[in-house]
Design a protein around this ligand. Structure first.
Ligand SMILES: [Fe+2]
Length: 552
């Protein structure tokens, strides 16, 4: 489904990789040292968060850090400036909310301390009033030990108003926990700390490692980000009271989440909630009269535990979930559809409804839901026996595929970790979107593959479109179900009525353009994550006209 654009880039070398990930450079001679470039985020029409990290020559020193925002790269027209501090308690991170800016404007910014100046970043405020066009880059699932962040490099080189990062910005796994052997052994994309991130220092160190990546630095330096976490900034398949990748030996779950949340707040250019770094991250951004960006937390804020087919074929919370049981599809289906189960929590569900109602009543054209997991229904694909036989999959993997295909004949969904695992909650949201006549554009990450859906409620009322963005570097379905991509795509479409297009095998990002007339999506796929030389293959544009609530 893609056309090839020969845009070849020869990329620069590793750059900052040799520098300490977050600790002191022992040979440091400068009085202040900017360790991780600059970043900006959460733009509003008059302000934006500016971020850097600067360490003093002597560990116990508090640095005064000056920041400036200017209209020009030479900083001859400074429009805002101020002072902040770099302190050890906040991991030497400096975050300021630069106010007094003009709407829809590009700015340059930088920091300085003791005569040392940071790199210069570019950022942009959100527009007000009539907005002819607004262009967003959408990213997710950047896994350092799986390969290079070539997709970030391409985003850095593209003219965008903002980057939405929908989570899995880091991964919490230990060395070799979720890694590509070539990337680790040949490209030396090894993680620190070597163990799984559990304590505050672990999460800080992991962010510090990721942010030495020159492509990630480039995209932060070039564009403002609006971020939400998915599970891996916390622990795999997190829900409000636990995670698949958390056990008792790893200590108290809530303490771990506090650490993960603090490190996220420190390292990401996100505006800290009024209640502090443990506050909710769901929030809203107005893009003039054109759109509201409604950013959700489908992971931690109020999410009930997700089901797993093996473990929860019969779901009886009062019984040890590990006890082997015979499958009982009817009981499973009933439990899956329990209306009390929620992906958002009651408070966030209300906030979402209020946000959509306010957006439509103020006349904003588009209601964009920036969130983590796929909203569209994904059925279980039926793969031909010949394709499975030729796949090279292990016998155990083939058996699991057969088990899943048997579930598929029962109309059950492929992924219980997405909105498909919370069907009653999804239906409540779908009806609300239909009732308010929103022009919904749902954006999702998480799967590492590219998806496009026409969304509808159970009454078949169209509610809008969804784009699932491909991962930056994490492996996708080609890794788990190595059958011909075209056959898999067709089988997924056959099993999923709203699925308009899917790419099951490539990494990249999504470019979403909103205008008063239409919304357009274009995927940009990178040819490799295992070489810094790469091509970009861009899909044809997919268009949703305003009022249509489906792709044309
Ligand atoms: Fe991911």
């Amino acid at each position: 489904m893609t056309t090839r654009i020969n845009r070849r880039r020869l990329l620069q070398g590793l750059g900052l990789g040799a520098l300490a990930t977050r600790g002191y450079a022992k040979q440091q001679s400068a009085p202040a040292y900017f360790t991780h470039n600059v970043a900006s985020g959460d733009p509003l029409s008059d302000r934006v968060i500016l971020w850097t990290r600067v360490i003093p020559q002597h560990r116990d020193t508090t640095l005064n850090v000056r920041w400036q925002v200017a209209q020009d790269r030479a900083f001859t027209r400074v429009v805002a400036a101020g002072e902040s501090k770099s302190v050890a308690e906040r991991d030497y991170i400096v975050k300021v909310d630069a106010t007094g800016l003009a709407p829809g404007m590009s700015y340059f910014y930088r920091f300085s301390s003791l005569g040392v100046t940071s790199e210069t970043g570019r950022t942009k405020t959100l527009p007000v009033g009539q907005v002819p066009s607004f262009r967003m880059g959408v990213a997710s699932c950047s896994n350092y030990p799986q390969g290079f962040f070539n997709a970030y490099r391409h985003m850095a080189d593209t003219d965008l108003d903002v980057v939405l990062h929908l989570g899995d910005y880091i991964y919490e796994y230990p060395e070799a926990g979720y890694a590509n052997d070539y990337a680790r052994n040949v490209l030396k994309r090894n993680v620190v700390p070597e163990h799984e991130t559990i304590a505050l220092e672990d999460y800080r160190m992991r962010y510090g490692l990721y942010r030495t990546d020159p492509d990630l630095q480039a995209v932060h330096q070039r564009h403002p980000f609006i971020c939400v976490w998915d599970d891996h900034e916390l622990a795999n398949n997190t829900w409000q009271d636990g995670a698949e990748n958390h056990n008792n030996g790893e200590g108290d779950f809530y303490q771990r989440m506090r650490a993960a949340r603090q490190a996220y707040d420190e390292w990401m250019p996100i505006r800290t909630h009024a209640s502090g770094d443990q506050g909710p991250i769901y929030r809203r951004f107005a893009v003039g009269n054109l759109a509201d960006l409604i950013m959700l937390d489908t992971r931690l804020e109020g999410r009930d535990r997700g089901f797993e087919y093996g473990k929860d074929m019969v779901y009886l919370p009062q019984i040890n979930a590990d006890e082997p049981r015979k499958p009982d599809l009817q009981a499973f289906r009933t439990n899956l559809q329990d209306p009390s189960r929620t992906l958002l929590g009651a408070k966030q569900e209300r906030w979402l409804s209020d946000s959509v109602a306010q957006s439509t009543s103020r006349g904003a054209t588009w209601q964009v839901l920036g969130q983590q997991v796929l909203m569209g229904n994904v059925g279980i694909p039926t793969i031909s026996e010949s394709a499975l036989a030729e796949s090279g999959m292990s016998e155990q993997r083939k058996k699991y595929a057969a088990f899943m295909q048997a579930l598929g004949t029962q109309g059950l969904p492929l992924n219980l970790d997405a909105w498909d695992g919370y069907p009653a909650c999804r239906e409540r949201i779908a009806q609300m979107l239909a009732d308010t006549k929103a022009n919904t554009v749902a954006l999702a990450g998480d799967t590492h593959n590219a998806w496009a859906f026409d969304l509808s409620d159970s009454k078949q009322r169209p509610i809008g479109v969804e784009v699932g963005t491909p991962g930056i570097s994490s492996p996708g379905m080609e890794n788990y179900l190595p059958v011909p991509a075209e056959e898999l795509a067709q089988a997924l479409k056959d099993a999923s009525p709203g699925l308009v297009d899917v790419d099951t095998s490539r990494r990249g990002w999504s470019e979403i353009t909103l205008t008063p007339q239409d919304m357009r999506n274009q995927w940009h796929f990178v040819s490799t994550v295992l070489d810094r030389r790469f091509d970009v293959q861009s899909s044809p544009e997919m268009v949703c006209l305003v009022g249509e609530r489906r792709f044309s």
